[in-house]
Design a protein around this ligand. Structure first.
Ligand SMILES: [Mg+2]
Length: 287
């Protein structure tokens, strides 16, 4: 069968934010800040304050202040140091077995006809993410990156990802990572249609990502830190503004609310994909 005679929209993409979504704290608080002996609260306060005063981007300010800190502490952290720090990250309950469980669910419900791909889009640091325990479950991870000079020293931001830039990566996943991002591509030729995309995030920084996904026919879920009123209030606000389909406590364990709601969305997508697949082969049989 030629490739034009195969139904291609059989991939489901689950796109995860990282900090606060899969982990209780930002990734830097398990890794680079303790390594440098820096108190996180004080450091984040300084990042926010400087970004406000200079009108700068918070992530860029963070990246600059971190390089300054390395300099004052006369420390050297190369790419592989940062990567090995990734192993120190702690996750919400159930995260480590979640991806296997969900993949199995999709395989079973889709009768082996549907594939699941996981992605991370994070404003955090790619060098740290490369070393996380759950790395193997992701097709691709997009995050901010440093430029490393010939001494393998982080000197400059090479890639910056913030709230709105996240949406660019959602379109990349939608069109296929190889496709030129700004070229017109009809919906039916895109690798993963939005109707097969689920975005999971935890807060206001995910609003552009959730909005783009939902407005184009996909799904969005928010998670909150269990029993933390401020975190629950954010989720309620997102639901009220119809930016998400559901929210749930960030407990990824078997049988919890989050798993049930994600399965419900997956059931809906799987039914739709199998239906489209049937229509496709019925039309194909006409010759
Ligand atoms: Mg987050």
């Amino acid at each position: 069968m030629s490739k034009h005679h195969q139904f291609k929209h059989n991939i489901i993409a689950m796109i995860y934010d990282f900090d606060g979504t899969l982990t209780p704290q930002p990734m830097q608080e398990y890794t680079i800040l303790p390594k440098l002996g820096v108190a996180p609260q004080e450091f984040w306060h300084r990042v926010k304050q400087e970004a406000r005063e200079t009108g700068g981007d918070e992530m860029l300010t963070y990246m600059r202040l971190l390089v300054d800190k390395l300099e004052t502490k006369q420390q050297h952290l190369n790419r592989s140091d940062l990567c090995s720090l990734g192993a120190r990250i702690k996750y919400f309950p159930g995260v480590e077995s979640w991806f296997e469980r969900i993949a199995k669910y999709v395989r079973k419900r889709g009768g082996g006809n549907i594939r699941l791909e996981n992605y991370i889009i994070s404003a955090g640091q790619k060098e740290i993410l490369e070393g996380v325990a759950i790395r193997e479950h992701f097709t691709a991870m997009f995050a901010s990156e440093y430029f490393f000079d010939h001494h393998d020293r982080a000197t400059w931001p090479n890639i910056l990802i913030n709230d709105t830039i996240k949406t660019q990566y959602i379109f990349r996943i939608n069109k296929g990572l190889e496709a030129p991002i700004n070229e017109y591509m009809p919906e039916d030729q895109r690798r993963i249609p939005f109707s097969n995309i689920v975005y999971i995030g935890d807060g206001m920084t995910d609003v552009p990502g959730m909005t783009v996904t939902k407005k184009n026919g996909g799904y969005a879920i928010a998670v909150h830190r269990p029993r933390i009123p401020k975190s629950i209030a954010t989720c309620r606000k997102l639901l009220e503004a119809r930016r998400i389909d559901f929210y749930a406590p960030a407990n990824y364990s078997t049988g919890r609310v989050l798993e049930k709601r994600v399965q419900l969305i997956l059931d809906q997508i799987i039914a739709q994909v199998l239906y489209q697949r049937e229509i496709f082969s019925a039309r194909l049989s006409l010759g």
